[in-house]
Design a protein around this ligand. Structure first.
Ligand code: FAD
Length: 641
């Protein structure tokens, strides 16, 4: 839903937007802080340090135009030959591509010469780092991939990689122990923002799930009937499908949306169903109309406590390969070690990977020190290194040229270049592969085009303080009618020299999530519609909406958006979460089995010396999936080279 700002959003957000070596960067205060000066000095040669760039990031301008032109039939001329023959050329510098390079060196040849090509100006794919500086201090946030989710369910391969990179879960949990209850200790909890347009009043109500439902809903501006319905749904153990066996009920809930369950079967007002939209948005990129009711049950949503539903049989895809965004048995998903949140999200993993691949690129190699480590981008693509990472380069053609060689053509600064290698891993998105690798069998190309990635926006807002959040007693907020539908203060952390804001008077980075979609359409069409909307929404519109929404939510609690917003980075991901199968729109066996007929399996087959990695190959939007697929792809190549 589009909301009109309050008129307070017209001023530029950044108090002083400096340009340092051609980089637009938000710096509060009048001097260059020593840490940032050091980071920039490390990149003196190239003057290049993308994590501090603000404004429209994620799929930034300049990153996607070549790929779109290729899709539209544009040709790029005769490429120049570059470099000696590599052992491996990886397309895609996300977690999967970087892991593929790591596994190749480990399992095939420790001295292998590897080139990794990525279209963005920074490495990491979705796992990007947003770095703000204010009054000499660094404030971090994830620009995409947030956490290591359900780590106990990681495969030996994925958990092993994290361990080898120095991510020690025991040390991590010990480090955060003293701060993890910071918000709770201040009386803060999960809350819901009810907006004026939908409910007739702007109001944050704190404590859904943390206090009696009747007390929570009594404070909301929902209609009287909706409040009564909600209390019933949340508290009564009622069987909404009486007279049916547990298996019959399950079969019904697999084919029915959670929206239809709540409004049709449980006969609640639509306002009650849409309360769950923000959480479903953040997990699937759509609302409750596009997920089956059974996922709601598995995620512990309201309405099922009296339904006597059967346990999910063990061995199904639901528990493979990690947290499955709702396809999990809730009890099992919650078991094992808790999720890991690093201050810059899973950019910590990509920075550790890059450090291990490219000598001199990172000034530290431990989980704690990497957080504040300097990254030297001038080291990434040097001829003397065995692994090179070439940014701002879009692959446009990948081919087996003879029985022992592949060639990859890419465009950098508008110029086409060609490199040769003994093999290639395509760790880019499935939808791109048929366009860059036309020699693949037709059936495989169709399968690669089957899934549609969910568009997502993660916005990072640097605030001068978070007193208004303490006043409203919330640290995580669902805003069902908001332009951004989820808001969360940075997870309290101490990691090496870095610690998140300890006092409400200190600056903090607020994360806001927007998930453009179009309820009523099929899930794939919702994602397509959202993507179009995203690519046509300017940063200025985002800025206006962000300021308007934060004013509406927090002005009553003391926030002044003109005074308190110090910087904004909008991480736009038109091709975000991998498409995961869903029995409302896909065959049941795709969603609930490891069938070889699933398009992701057909699509990921090796073709001579070209293997396919990336999270899409697993049909699972998760870090461990991206790592597992890299390992499989490298293993497939090892058998033919
Ligand atoms: C906003 C967001 C939040 C997420 N949060 C989590 C989370 O908290 N936990 C979790 O486990 N997972 C999360 N995910 C899922 C995430 O996608 C995976 O965790 C993982 O990072 C995917 O890695 P990948 O390498 O397969 O893909 P990507 O990270 O997308 O990397 C692929 C790279 O290939 C590049 N590429 C594509 N085509 C070309 C081309 N032709 N030439 C050159 N380069 C190309 C892409 O631009 C991209 O940089 C999130 C995803 C998004 C979008």
């Amino acid at each position: 839903m589009k909301r009109v700002g309050t008129g307070r959003g017209q001023r530029p957000v950044v108090s002083r937007r400096d340009f340092i070596n051609g980089v637009g960067v938000a710096v509060g205060g009048s001097f260059l802080p020593p840490g940032l000066a050091a980071a920039l000095a490390a990149n003196e040669m190239s003057g290049y340090y993308p994590p501090i760039r603000t404004g429209m990031r994620g799929s930034h301008d300049g990153a996607y135009e070549v790929a779109h032109a290729l899709r539209d039939g544009v040709t790029f001329g005769v490429p120049q030959e570059r470099d000696d023959v590599y052992d491996l050329i990886v397309v895609g510098g996300g977690i999967s591509g970087l892991s593929a390079a790591y596994f190749y060196r480990k399992q095939v040849d420790p001295n292998a010469r590897i080139l990794i090509i990525d279209n963005h100006d920074d490495f990491g794919g979705h796992a990007k780092r947003n770095e703000f500086w204010h009054d000499g201090k660094m404030y971090l946030r994830n620009g995409g991939t947030l956490n290591v989710e359900a780590p106990s369910q990681y495969s030996t391969v994925a958990a092993g990689l994290l361990w080898e990179l120095g991510i020690d879960r025991t040390r991590y949990y010990r480090a955060i122990q003293s701060v993890q209850d910071r918000y709770k200790d201040l009386g803060m909890a999960f809350g819901v923002f009810f907006d004026q347009k939908t409910h007739g009043a702007n109001k944050i109500v704190s404590g859904l799930g943390a206090r009696p439902a009747a007390e929570f809903f009594a404070e909301t501006p929902m209609s009287e009937k909706a409040r009564t319905d909600a209390v019933r749904l949340f508290t009564e153990a009622r069987d909404y499908l009486p007279g049916q066996t547990p298996n019959e009920k399950r079969a019904k809930l697999i084919r029915m949306s959670y929206y239809d369950f709540v409004t049709g079967v449980a006969e609640c007002e639509p306002e009650v169903a849409t309360l769950f939209n923000p959480e479903v948005n953040s997990l699937f990129g759509t609302g409750v109309d596009a997920i089956p009711a059974i996922y709601g049950y598995e995620m512990g949503f309201a309405g099922f406590s009296g339904m006597d539903l059967p346990e999910i049989p063990p061995g199904l895809l639901v528990n493979e390969p990690g947290g499955q965004h709702g396809r999990e048995n809730a009890a099992r998903a919650g078991s094992g070690d808790p999720d890991l949140y690093f201050p810059d999200g899973n950019a910590t993993i990509t920075r550790l990977l890059v450090g291990s691949l490219v000598p001199g690129s990172m000034s530290a190699s431990t989980m704690e020190e990497i957080v504040t480590a300097k990254a030297d981008y001038s080291q990434l693509d040097r001829g003397e290194n065995r692994v090179r990472i070439r940014l701002n380069s879009t692959a446009i053609h990948v081919a087996n040229t003879n029985a022992s060689e592949v060639a990859v053509t890419y465009v950098q600064n508008g110029e086409p270049f060609r490199v040769r290698g003994r093999a290639s891993v395509l760790a880019c998105w499935n939808a791109v592969i048929p366009h860059i690798c036309p020699e693949l069998p037709e059936k495989q190309k169709v399968a690669l085009g089957d899934g549609v990635k969910a568009p997502i926006v993660y916005t990072s807002v640097l605030l001068s303080n978070w007193r208004a959040f303490v006043d409203a007693k919330v640290n995580y907020i669902a805003a069902p009618g908001g332009f951004h539908s989820t808001l969360s203060l940075s997870t309290p952390l101490v990691m090496g020299d870095y610690r998140t804001s300890a006092s409400p008077d200190e600056p903090i980075v607020l994360g806001m999530g927007r998930y453009p979609c179009k309820p009523g359409l099929s899930r794939r069409d919702q994602h397509r519609a959202g993507r179009t909307e995203l690519l046509t929404t300017s940063f200025e519109t985002f800025e206006r909406e962000i300021r308007g929404q934060l004013h509406d939510m927090f002005a009553p609690h003391g926030l002044d958006v003109d005074r308190d917003i110090l910087g904004i980075t909008v991480n736009r991901w038109p091709h975000g979460y991998t498409y995961s199968y869903n029995p409302l729109f896909d065959p049941i066996e795709w969603a609930f089995s490891t069938s070889e007929e699933r398009p992701n399996v057909i699509g990921r087959q090796r073709y001579r010396r070209i293997a396919i990695a990336n999270a899409d190959a697993a049909a699972s939007p998760h870090t461990d999936a991206a790592i597992n697929e890299a390992y499989r792809a490298v293993g497939e190549l090892a058998s033919v080279i």
